[in-house]
Write a protein that binds this ligand. Structure first.
Ligand code: ADP
Ligand code: MG
Length: 238
């Protein structure tokens, strides 16, 4: 089971509290989008799930395990960022397999995982190329490939498309959703773009000022926004 359970989760930086007691249930295989204006705490929440940021108080569980005090490498998650830096002197295949190699996985297993991920992502013809010879969309796929080869229980995405141009962004939304249909990996996807949230999510979590304003399916939020903040945020043009 790969559900993610969050209870009374708080985060302060020094004296400044930025996450105020969040409760959230993410079920196995669900595609959840965290959406809200810049500075509302989306990345902080995601980074706490990833183990990249310490929890001030509260609990995070992945499956049955309480992960609060586990380092990222022991959480069975994989994260895709907005600023994905590929290794310029490694091929696509080597970029995708590098983290596995560092963990001491044997070469045959790495090759087979890289091959499978490349098929899923349409990267098979590019495995021997270097990053400089790839388009922006292809690089983004390689970044996703690095996450997929780890076969994690949970994918975490932090605004992975915000550096892409508008046309590619729309195309990648569809690709990421199709990928989820195939792999059914529990996914937490952060964006400040309400259109992205509405088109991609099974379930949307609307945040503001370190709090959750509403959780629901896209149409539910659209039909019955819980308050004027949700109504104006969801209803405003992107
Ligand atoms: P979002 O991802 O929704 O834009 P963040 O989670 O990055 O928001 O930030 C939430 C709040 O926490 C913001 O007010 C931000 O300035 C603050 N913050 C984020 N990281 C740090 C940090 N390392 N030190 C101090 N304040 C931070
Ligand atoms: Mg952020």
């Amino acid at each position: 089971m790969a559900e993610v359970t969050i209870r009374a989760l708080k985060k302060s930086y020094g004296g400044l509290q930025v996450v105020h007691g969040l409760d959230l249930d993410i079920t196995d295989g669900e595609f959840v989008v965290l959406v809200g204006p810049s500075g509302c705490g989306k990345s902080t929440l995601l980074r706490m799930i990833a183990g990249l940021e310490e929890v001030t108080s509260g609990d995070i569980r992945i499956g049955e395990r309480r992960v609060n005090n586990l380092p990222p490498s022991e959480r069975d998650i994989a994260m895709v960022f907005q600023n994905y830096a590929l290794y310029p002197h490694k091929t696509v295949a080597a970029n995708m397999g590098f983290a596995l190699k560092m963990r001491g996985m044997d070469k045959a297993e790495i090759d087979s995982r890289v091959k499978r991920a490349a098929e899923v992502l349409g990267l098979t013809p590019y495995l021997d190329r270097y990053p400089r010879a790839l388009s922006g969309g292809q690089r983004q796929r390689v970044a996703m490939g690095r996450a997929i080869v780890r076969d994690p229980q949970v994918f975490l995405f932090d605004e992975p498309l915000s550096n892409l141009d508008a046309k590619l962004r729309v195309q990648m939304r569809t690709e990421i959703r199709e990928l989820h249909q195939r792999l059914k990996t529990t996914t937490v996807y952060v964006t400040h773009d309400q259109i992205e949230a509405m088109t991609m999510a099974d379930k949307i979590v609307v945040m503001q000022g370190g709090r959750i304003e509403q959780v629901g399916a896209p149409l539910e939020l659209y039909d019955r926004p819980a308050n004027t903040f949700v109504a104006s945020f969801i209803g405003s043009p992107s």
